[in-house]
Design a protein around this ligand. Structure first.
Ligand code: UDP
Length: 240
């Protein structure tokens, strides 16, 4: 029997990983592929919590810059994360993975509210728990939601599935020759303002000693490979 590196993990999915080339905010084929990556990892015996973003549909900060009132815009952003959570739930259940969605904003016709002990029981029963609506308050992001759920659910690591393969010392799209870190400390990320997650999420992970693994979830087999300690990724952790 293979010994797993971690027992319980939290996967943060940026909303953009559900987008397709065709401009669809939630592309069913792309969402199905992401669900497939999650199902493969689940089948290996990991306990899985998932936090989904909403940036593919609506980002509060961007809307506020265009004149929206910030709190209203953030409420809309949180609703976007619920749509994504349902899309991921649907895709997972279609391939036989049992799930529950818990939202930080109560929507009792659609999903459960966030109840930690109940989420715990779902994990014991082998369900994937998908957390929606971030922390449930404006002026936050789903990165903070991911760090919070990782801490309260006592996850061994936070895996951030995006469409880039790790953390670079500069923006690789702008700076040719930017290099990817294999590991980097929380404090370096904060001091250099590296684009990993927002500062409050990094600080919460640091204070609870939760490693953050940034990887590309769009590459087939990469999530499982990175979990096995292979594949391409960056781990943000305490200074060694
Ligand atoms: N949001 C919020 N509070 C939260 C989580 C999210 O107000 O606790 C809003 C915020 O407007 C954010 C949007 O929801 O821009 C979508 O989430 P996020 O930008 O984190 O999504 P991602 O970048 O991961 O796709």
């Amino acid at each position: 029997m293979t010994v797993l590196r971690f027992k319980r993990i939290l996967l943060k999915l940026s909303g953009e990983v559900l987008m397709g080339e065709n401009g669809l905010a939630i592309d069913p084929a792309v969402t199905a592929r992401v669900a497939g990556e999650i199902a493969d990892v689940k089948a290996q015996g990991y306990e899985l919590c998932v936090v989904v973003g909403g940036g593919n549909i609506f980002r509060g900060l961007a809307a506020a810059a265009k004149g929206f009132e910030r709190a209203t815009a953030d409420h809309m952003g949180m609703l976007a994360t619920v749509m994504n959570a349902l899309a991921v739930q649907n895709a997972l259940e279609q391939i036989g993975v049992s799930t529950r969605v818990q939202s930080a904003i109560s929507m009792d016709k659609i999903c459960e509210p966030v109840i930690r002990r109940r989420a715990e029981r779902h994990l014991e029963k082998g369900r994937v728990v998908i957390f929606a609506a971030g922390v449930g308050e404006p002026y936050f992001t789903t990165d903070s939601g991911a760090a919070l759920r990782a801490a309260e659910m006592k996850c061994d690591a936070l895996f951030k599935g995006t469409s880039v393969d790790g953390v670079y010392d500069a923006d690789p799209k702008v700076v040719p020759g930017a290099t990817r870190y294999n590991t980097v400390s929380y404090d370096t990320v904060l001091a250099k303002n590296l684009k990993v997650m927002d500062a409050s999420a990094i600080a919460l992970c640091r204070d609870n000693n939760i490693p953050i693994v940034v990887f590309n979830i769009r590459e087939h087999g990469n999530f499982a490979a990175v979990l096995a300690g292979e594949g391409v990724s960056t781990t943000v952790q305490k200074e060694q």
